[in-house]
Design a protein around this ligand. Structure first.
Ligand code: CIR
Length: 262
């Protein structure tokens, strides 16, 4: 049931969105277009049946629209992250408050503590097993803290060190779980032993950005402009919602980063 969601936290980009972190050289994002793409993304989540918790924009944190990095939410384990980029550390406060409003859903999160760092974008829930990326943002200490919380909740986990994999910021820049033991994966991670028990769906070479797709209830959200990947997912029978992500891609963000689903 890991893809049965009822809610999602979202937060629009702020007008200084272009001041956020990025490692890609795709130019500055167009703010008006980013707002438009974010609005379409929110509509897509609502079409999937989710009720949205809309946080206000946060100009103090230009990357705050990427709410996924601030927490790990799952049916039996909720953890506040500790973002590895210092400019993003303050984003967690608002998420903690937003989750507190959901006491009825029993969301009383644990938290990653120093010296651990961990970004939600490095955590991939794959059918009761969690894949934890060790990256430039998530360190081994943060990964170990999360693994302990997951074990206590009855989940298993394994780590994937992505620090030597070129072109991906987070683990979920390169893999996505579709449920049913099926994982979308880019070629540079396809032979990783942590993935050997899953059916792997290969991302069309050259379409790596499309790896960051999101299963939400009966749909899969994917980025527009990746015909090979779209064909692959259609052949597998998924109901696709294809979304323009150009302005978020310029800031190293993918579809999953724009919401915290629970
Ligand atoms: C950052 O570098 O932190 C943001 N500009 C992008 C974060 C994307 N988040 C994600 O992939 N989960």
């Amino acid at each position: 049931m890991s893809f049965r969601f009822t809610h999602a936290i979202v937060r629009p980009p702020s007008s200084n969105f272009a001041d956020g972190l990025t490692s890609v050289a795709l130019g500055a994002p167009d703010f008006a277009l980013a707002l438009e793409e974010h609005a379409r993304y929110c509509e897509a989540l609502e079409r999937c049946g989710l009720e949205l918790v809309r946080l206000p924009e946060d100009p103090a944190h230009p990357d705050a629209t990427f709410v996924e990095d601030t927490a790990i939410l799952s049916p039996r384990c909720n953890v506040l992250a500790r973002p590895g980029a210092p400019s993003r550390a303050g984003e967690v406060t608002a998420i903690r408050a937003a989750l507190a409003a959901f006491a009825a859903l029993a969301i009383t999160p644990d938290a990653i503590e120093p010296p651990g760092t961990l970004d939600g974008g490095d955590i991939c829930e794959a059918d009761e097993h969690f894949l934890i990326g060790v990256s430039q943002r998530t360190n081994w200490d943060g990964a170990a803290q999360l693994a302990a919380f997951l074990t206590r909740a009855g989940y298993s986990s394994s780590c994937i060190d992505i620090r030597a994999i070129p072109g991906i910021l987070h683990l979920k820049s390169g893999i996505a779980s579709l449920g049913d033991e099926r994982i979308v994966v880019i070629d540079s991670l396809i032979d990783h032993p942590a993935l050997k028990n899953h059916e792997l769906v290969r991302v069309t070479p050259g379409e790596e950005y499309a790896a960051n797709c999101v299963r939400v209830n009966d749909h899969v959200l994917m980025a527009a402009g990746f015909p090979g990947m779209q064909h692959t997912l259609e052949q597998l029978g998924y109901g696709l919602i294809v979304l323009d992500m150009s302005e978020f891609q310029k800031m190293d963000g993918g579809l999953s980063c724009l919401s915290l689903r629970f």
